[in-house]
Design a protein around this ligand. Structure first.
Ligand code: NAI
Length: 301
């Protein structure tokens, strides 16, 4: 099989001035993509801004013989999202790939978390992905081609102490990707979610001594595959860290059917909890309609 290449493809990567985003940008550019390196250039908590982070990555790409342009807009506003996509159009005339990767943290236990800390994190991760993907998606529909990648987290998928804001935003991105996978299906737009674990400035305080096994470089091959023309997946979530690549999925157990025509009592639910909770024979619905159709079919049995 031939190598995965990105000639003639234009990729927007948000938060590409460091960490995972930088690794994606370098790899895609090395394989022929023209890249918009977006980064606000602030701190881990989202404070401050600057152009040097994005500029440095653009310089690295250029030095290696690739093509890239910097963009310093925030993903957290509608205007910023539009400006990021406009940079791709102004410089390269098209948009094929969007990797929503920009992120910040404002960790606090729930009772101590202020509305400001909730809004700041939702604005960057969840609304940021809406802002950047909104205008790109319309262009991708017109072009009948697109590859979208969103970045979730184990904190959202499975929960993590002190990250209510971040976890809610990260799980929201799964919902966004699922819908865009369905809406994009007939336009050859594929949308997937990556759940990385890697040692970066964002994670090093959590990962401590495990961090050394979780090199950033393990994540980038998966990201590159998922935004490649050959990608056969859509509507998926893949966890990646330290060289392990694994599907994460939302499945549904067969469940317990109350006797036909009977509204069960709370006690009847209690009595049947084992059957409600038993996951053997689970299914993975591909859409809400899929789940409803399966439910109706089961009730008719
Ligand atoms: P990082 O801090 O190195 O990268 C995030 C980048 O986003 C930074 O360069 C930052 O300047 C940029 N950024 C922040 N706010 C922005 C805004 N409003 N507009 C544009 N750019 C902005 O951290 P890392 O680890 O590379 O994070 C990348 C993504 O991966 C994030 O979405 C993060 O939540 C996610 N993630 C990372 C994990 C890890 O283990 N490193 C675990 C799970 C998820």
């Amino acid at each position: 099989m031939s190598d995965l290449r990105f000639e003639d493809r234009v990729a927007v990567i948000t938060g590409a001035g460091g960490g995972l985003g930088r690794a994606y940008a370098l790899l895609l550019a090395q394989r022929g993509a023209r890249v918009v390196v977006n980064d606000l250039g602030g701190g881990v908590d989202g404070s401050g801004s600057g152009s040097s982070m994005a500029d440095k990555v653009v310089q690295e790409i250029g030095d290696a013989g690739g093509e890239a342009v910097a963009n310093y807009d925030t993903v957290a506003t509608v205007e910023g999202g539009d400006a990021i996509i406009q940079t791709a159009l102004d410089r390269f005339g098209r948009i094929d790939i969007v990797i929503n990767n920009a992120g910040i943290l404002r960790d606090k236990s729930f009772v101590k978390m202020s509305p400001k800390e909730v809004a700041a994190v939702l604005d960057v991760h969840l609304l940021g992905a809406f802002n950047v993907t909104r205008s790109a998606f319309a262009l991708m529909k017109n072009a009948n081609y697109g590859r979208l990648l969103f970045t979730t987290s184990a904190a959202g998928l499975f929960g993590n102490f002190g990250q209510a804001n971040y976890a809610a935003a990260k799980m929201g991105l799964v919902g966004l990707s699922n819908v865009l996978a369905i809406e994009g299906e007939k336009y050859n737009i594929k949308s997937n979610v990556i759940a990385p674990v890697a040692k970066t400035r964002l994670s090093e305080h959590v990962l401590s001594s495990f961090g050394d096994a979780l090199d950033i470089d393990y994540v980038k091959p998966l990201a590159a595959y998922l935004v490649s023309e050959e990608c056969s997946l859509t509507h998926e979530i893949i966890s990646v860290g330290g060289g392990r690549y694994a599907r994460v999925f939302v499945g549904e157990a067969p469940g317990w059917n109350a006797p036909s025509g009977e509204i069960p009592s709370p006690e009847a639910v209690r009595e049947n909890l084992d059957t409600v909770m038993n996951t053997s024979g689970f299914t993975i619905p591909r859409s809400a309609t899929d789940e409803i159709m399966a439910l109706v079919a089961r009730l008719q049995q």
